[in-house]
Ligand binder design. Structure first.
Ligand SMILES: Cc1cc2nc3c(=O)[nH]c(=O)nc-3n(C[C@H](O)[C@H](O)[C@H](O)COP(=O)(O)OP(=O)(O)OC[C@H]3O[C@@H](n4cnc5c(N)ncnc54)[C@H](O)[C@@H]3O)c2cc1C
Length: 423
């Protein structure tokens, strides 16, 4: 504990997966940690499908019991299918070129986030819910102060895990949106949506269309989360009120329409701006950015919670090294920045490739020479921290090359494009 009882070793903004994991790791190491979360938990949150790398992290941190009692479904892979229907492409995680786990979960975030936050509290972190951080007052190594609903709080280091609020990113004016990945998401929880029999019924389903994509995520025995992610300019072209967009999309998409034919639609749907961005540098004097506060990646491949928890844990370890072992701050920061860059830039490249029809033709084909498809599956399983190993990098580069060639010379059978405006 710090000699000055008003000075915390670390102050964390936000109690989502990134903030809770950072708090847990540091509190377990004996640091004096304060976490402020502006919303009382449980609170609804989107981001319900996890990756195998995330499951491995639960094991590494001894967190498997956090998942007990949380509504969830075993997730053994992913299904991709065209909006017009036809043959699905099924990708079990066992296809991955590497990695120790071949499963993960789809789960309801409100109880999951609550249990994770509670675990950090039990580890010794001082947690206040319903208390927002309002302003950054001071930001230097060993000397940080913020204004909150309950007065000022001082700490040696700040972890911004405020999610898409990007509190510090906005304060430092370092948030840059990627203009070609400006999307809007419309989503809700449905009852009794059709599922495949057996383990494939637990797969996340991605329904592909020209204007964006749908997700279908089974959450428990009867509930399925369905969302439509559209390019911003297309959503504007449709021109309907936000609460009608999801139903409109489903009515225009034969595959989703068929799977929801016997389902109960939600009375309430949600809408969220879904703009990919980066707040670089991810660490600087007095601070570390974790999870969505550092970078938000288009959610097509369900990378957000994994990225959040992995970066939260890494930020926590860096602060432990600084406070307890007096390690050089510049090199800790450089290592942390490399960790976030190395992993997130791989996800970003894959997302950008997904929006290229040529890549989708190759990917949905499900096979490739030199195991390139298995390398893509390893990335989709989350084995990219702190950066993908060489065995993945060269295959990924080859896949990029194939994508460019396939635009002009067909390497796999051509796939039709499906548009929501087709009917
Ligand atoms: C449409 C959509 C679909 C997605 N689907 C998936 C998916 O299937 N799988 C997946 O892994 N990810 C998905 N994601 C991403 C995922 O939701 C996020 O990446 C993940 O929640 C990030 O965790 P976090 O802890 O960084 O932020 P959050 O979970 O957002 O937590 C941040 C917390 O900070 C609090 N906060 C904010 N400002 C303040 C303040 N000033 N003071 C105090 N507290 C504050 C907030 O209340 C919040 O609780 C999706 C995202 C979107 C938009």
């Amino acid at each position: 504990m710090s000699p000055d009882s008003n000075l915390y070793d670390a102050l964390i903004i936000g109690g989502g997966p990134a903030g809770s994991t950072a708090a847990l790791v540091m509190a377990r190491a004996g640091l004096r940690v304060r976490l402020l979360e502006r919303t009382p938990f449980p609170r609804f949150h989107i981001g319900e499908s996890l990756l195998p790398r995330n499951f491995a992290l639960f094991r590494e941190l001894g967190l498997l019991d956090v998942l007990e009692g949380v509504p969830k479904v075993d997730k053994y892979g992913a299904e991709f299918i065209l909006g017009s229907g036809g043959e699905p492409s099924l990708f079990p995680f066992t296809m991955s070129l590497l990695g120790s786990e071949t499963m993960s979960y789809n789960l309801e975030r409100a109880p999951f986030d609550t249990r994770l936050l509670e675990t950090a509290r039990q580890a010794g972190a001082e947690i206040r819910e319903g208390v927002a951080v309002r302003k950054i007052l001071r930001l230097e190594d060993g000397n940080v102060e913020v204004a909150t609903d309950e007065g000022n709080v001082a700490a040696r280091f700040l972890v911004d895990a405020s999610g898409q609020s990007t509190l510090l990113g906005k304060h430092l004016k370092i948030r840059s949106v990627l203009p070609h990945l400006k999307k809007i998401a419309y989503f809700g929880h449905f009852e009794n949506v059709w599922r495949r029999p057996g383990v494939e019924g637990g797969y996340i389903v991605i329904v592909v269309c020209e204007e964006g994509w749908f997700w279908m995520i089974p959450l428990d025995e009867t509930r399925t989360s369905i969302g439509l992610v559209m390019h911003e300019h297309v959503a504007r072209k449709v021109g309907l009120p936000a609460d009608q967009m999801l139903a409109w999309g489903i009515s225009r998409c034969p595959e989703v329409r068929q799977r929801t034919a016997g389902a109960n639609f939600p009375t309430e749907t949600h809408v969220l701006a879904d703009f990919s961005y980066r707040c670089a540098p991810y660490a600087g004097p007095g601070y570390f950015l974790a999870g969505d506060a550092a970078t938000f990646i288009d959610p097509i491949f369900s990378t957000g919670v994994c990225m959040g928890m992995m970066s939260g844990a890494e930020a926590g370890r860096a602060i432990i090294a600084a406070v307890q072992r007096g390690e050089d701050l510049e090199s800790l920061r450089r290592r942390y920045i490399r960790f976030v860059m190395g992993s997130s830039s791989t996800f970003f490249r894959l997302v950008e490739m997904y929006y290229d029809h040529s890549f989708r033709e190759l990917f949905l084909n499900g096979q490739g020479p030199l195991q390139v498809h298995r390398a893509a599956m390893a990335i989709l399983s989350g084995w990219v921290f702190p950066r993908p190993p060489f065995a993945l990098r060269w295959r990924f580069a080859l896949l990029s090359l194939f994508t460019r060639i396939n635009r002009f010379v067909p390497l796999v059978p051509r796939r039709e494009r499906f548009s929501l405006f087709a009917e």
